[in-house]
Ligand binder design. Structure first.
Ligand code: B16
Ligand code: MG
Length: 214
């Protein structure tokens, strides 16, 4: 039986993945670097600096470490200005209904995000209180596909790996869950990963899965 669900944040509970895209695009345009949705998909679940390094693969010049710091800061400032405008209205009704129902059924819930902004996003969208555990990008050293973020959430939830299910929109997140010895449900971009244990057309599909034996 699934007794604990570990949610990725960006792209799973909220659509902040689009804000990441807009903010990286602003930086890429400033620097004259090619950037599109395809490259953006490679940034899902990847830490801020690792994301910048992927974007810089298309750069025509090299950058010093301090220039990279400035670029990551520039992107984050704009990104944070976008997420600060979010409200509980930005949470899809199906997401709220799913979290409320899972909670009523007594499942343990966690957020496991690579984002250092995860606590702020949960606060402005009013989602914080749904979760027993919140692991964010400030608490880990290695970003997905390393399983660190999910293993920490599983440990803090005091859940058994075989009773935990990870929900992810990133292919690297599905890989990370499996490396950590847990099952993974894919949504959106991650549904192209053939290794995923479950494919969700929307978060509400979890209500059927969570009652089943894994
Ligand atoms: P930040 P997740 C990830 O969040 C995003 O998918 C990824 O695009 C982003 O670069 C990363 O967080 C770091 O975010 O710059 O806010 O610290 O999908 O793991 O919830
Ligand atoms: Mg994500």
């Amino acid at each position: 039986m699934i007794k604990a669900i570990i949610f990725d944040l960006d792209g799973v509970l909220v659509s902040t993945d689009h804000f990441h895209y807009l903010a990286w695009k602003k930086l890429a345009d400033r620097e004259g670097i090619e950037f599109d949705e395809k490259i953006n998909n490679r940034l899902r679940g990847v830490s801020r600096m690792a994301s910048l390094n992927i974007i810089l693969e298309k750069a025509k010049r090299t950058y010093t470490p301090s220039q990279k710091e400035e670029m990551a800061h520039f992107k984050n400032e704009y990104y944070v200005s976008l997420i600060r405008r979010m409200t509980p209205e930005d949470v899809e009704p199906v997401v709220l209904h799913t979290l409320e129902t899972l909670k009523k059924r007594g499942l343990k819930l966690a957020v496991a995000s690579s984002s250092k902004n995860a606590p702020l996003i949960l606060k402005v969208t009013g989602l914080t209180s749904f979760f027993d555990v919140i692991v964010d990008g400030t608490m880990i050293k290695n970003s997905k596909p390393d399983p660190e973020v999910f293993l920490l959430a599983q440990k803090l939830l005091q859940a058994k790996k075989e009773e935990a299910l990870v929900v992810e929109d990133a292919v690297v997140g599905i890989e990370a869950a499996h490396q950590g010895g847990m099952k993974a449900a894919a949504i959106k971009d991650a549904t192209k990963d053939e290794q995923a244990d479950y494919l969700l057309s929307n978060l509400g599909d979890l209500l059927e899965i969570s009652g089943s034996v894994v």
